[in-house]
Design a protein around this ligand. Structure first.
Ligand code: VER
Length: 218
């Protein structure tokens, strides 16, 4: 990779996020849990456990979304069609049963992830980082995960509502709009650097969760 000339326009936030989290993405994608889940070596119980952790994570993320909406800049990043909590609730009702809320248990790595979201999630830069990491991931790799869960574990559409964005028929144009919104935020250089750092942390929190799920299911 060549360094930009000093007079070149600085890279956009969306590009800096993509480039800045590339190693962390690679790391998350290649954890044993993810590789085995994707390869059909695990079972529906492993997928269900992941869904339960995501229930807690999206509860906190979407609580932050509801608050950041009150901020003019924050509001530009909040899209109702991304909201995942009701979809995860549907998936868990199917996967676990109507008593899912008392049956699921939240792992320590999930608690740490949720704590971070509750701590910083209503700052604009941190919200941008966490929402980017999850939602653009769900619209990208998430669609591959959906196909693998269908193929290997006979799921879908019941149990896979999380990966189904009814109001986003095409991920690509939506992701383009989302990146434009990120790039239109009025952030200082310092806030941009903070956003990239927080996104790296968001990936690491996901990897730590996969490690814990791997210790249980692999
Ligand atoms: Fe990734 N992802 N991903 N991903 N992803 C893409 C883009 C992307 C993929 C594939 C792809 C995660 O895991 C996976 C994220 C975030 C995350 C492709 C494009 C696979 C196959 C897996 C694992 C099954 C995880 C765990 C995360 C974060 C929690 C983001 C944010 C993006 C958008 C990158 C950008 O800026 O364009 C094919």
């Amino acid at each position: 990779e060549t360094l930009p000339a000093t007079d070149a326009a600085p890279a956009s936030l969306s590009l800096r996020l993509r480039e800045g989290t590339r190693p962390e993405h690679e790391q998350a994608e290649t954890t044993g849990f993810v590789e085995k889940l994707m390869g059909g070596e695990l079972d529906v119980a492993a997928y269900t456990d992941l869904a339960a952790q995501q229930y807690a994570i999206y509860g906190a993320l979407e609580q932050a979304s509801a608050q950041i909406r009150d901020d003019a800049q924050g509001a530009t990043l909040v899209f109702d069609e991304l909201t995942r909590t009701p979809s995860i609730e549907k998936d868990l009702a199917f996967l676990v049963g109507s008593d899912w809320a008392t049956e699921i248990r939240i792992l320590p790595a999930t608690e740490a992830y949720v704590a971070r979201l509750l701590e910083v999630g209503t700052s604009l830069s941190a919200y941008a980082a966490h929402a980017y990491t999850r939602y653009l991931g769900d619209l990208s790799g998430g669609q591959i995960i959906k196909r693998m869960m269908e193929r290997h574990y006979g799921l879908g559409p019941d149990g896979l509502a999380f990966y189904t964005f009814d109001e986003i028929p095409k991920a690509k144009p939506f992701k383009d709009v989302y990146r434009e919104r990120l790039d239109s935020l009025d952030l200082t250089d310092e806030q941009i650097a903070e956003t990239v750092e927080e996104a790296k942390l968001a990936f690491r929190l996901n990897s730590a969760l996969f490690a814990e799920l791997g210790a249980i299911h692999c």
